[in-house]
Design a protein around this ligand. Structure first.
Ligand code: PLP
Length: 240
């Protein structure tokens, strides 16, 4: 696990890279949100990141997310935005509604309905993204490219969720340029869907790009990049 100083240095490097990528294509830094992906790091590591100025965290497992939200809440720290970026089971929805800023991983009508129902129950409106399996990989969750518009039209009627855009986890690769094609397809699809002016669908967010490829993702239009390893170092999977 990294020290606070190491995390601070990593954050500076990521920040510089984001600025560089944005400048390259004439975008503003303010159009891009950096989500620090803190999964598999203990709460005190997140606190180090918080001390370095991080206010937006992404987690992929509900139990771990809730534990960390409770940790900060008990300390009276309230200015953190939490993002659920991993696969979500419908029976766990109830633990996070009203507590997370956005759910990035809506991939079925059943899940959208569960989020809508629970949000209605809590008097909340929940911002969500629709997850695509853009590389068409067997190992990944998410909708197919060709089914996404139809899916979004179906869930547009849910009154207690707001569909803000699309999310993807691109294939793992050592050469980020290989993923440019996928990011550009995501951008094109999001513009196509936005142009349909579907009620309740804004398509203003594109969550794509991780440690290996966030600069390319920004060049292709990402509004949220999810960076884990680049900030917190290599994950230790023995910690849960
Ligand atoms: C772990 C994870 C990330 C961050 O991955 P890194 O390669 O460590 O930056 C981003 N998005 C999702 C959905 C993840 O599960």
């Amino acid at each position: 696990m990294l020290t606070e100083d190491e995390i601070r240095l990593n954050l500076q490097e990521v920040e510089q890279n984001i600025v560089k990528a944005a400048q390259k294509v004439g975008r503003k830094r303010s159009e891009i949100k950096l989500i620090s992906v803190s999964k598999n790091n203990t709460a005190d590591v997140l606190e180090s990141a918080y001390n370095c100025g991080v206010r937006v965290f992404g987690e992929n497992r509900v139990q771990e997310l809730v534990g960390k939200m409770d940790y900060f809440e008990e300390k009276g720290i309230k200015d953190i935005e939490w993002h659920l970026i991993g696969h979500l089971q419908t029976n766990k929805v109830k633990y996070i509604i009203g507590r997370v800023a956005m759910i990035h991983s809506v991939d079925s009508e059943k899940l959208a309905k569960a989020i809508d129902d629970e949000s209605a129950k809590k008097g909340a409106i929940t911002d969500v993204l629709v997850e695509l399996n853009i590389g068409d990989e067997d190992s990944k969750f998410g909708l197919g490219f060709d089914n996404t518009l139809e899916f979004i039209e179906k869930i547009a009627g849910f009154k207690n969720i707001r569909v803000k855009g699309l999310m993807c986890v691109a294939p793992y690769t050592d050469d980020p340029e290989e993923n440019r094609q996928y990011f550009s397809k995501m951008k094109k699809l999001s513009v196509d869907i936005r142009d349909k002016n579907i009620d309740n669908i804004t398509m203003c967010e594109l969550s794509m790009g991780m440690t290996g490829d966030y600069m390319v993702a920004i060049e292709e239009g990402a509004t949220c990049v999810r960076v884990g390893t680049g900030i917190f170092g290599k994950r230790d999977y023995s910690i849960r």
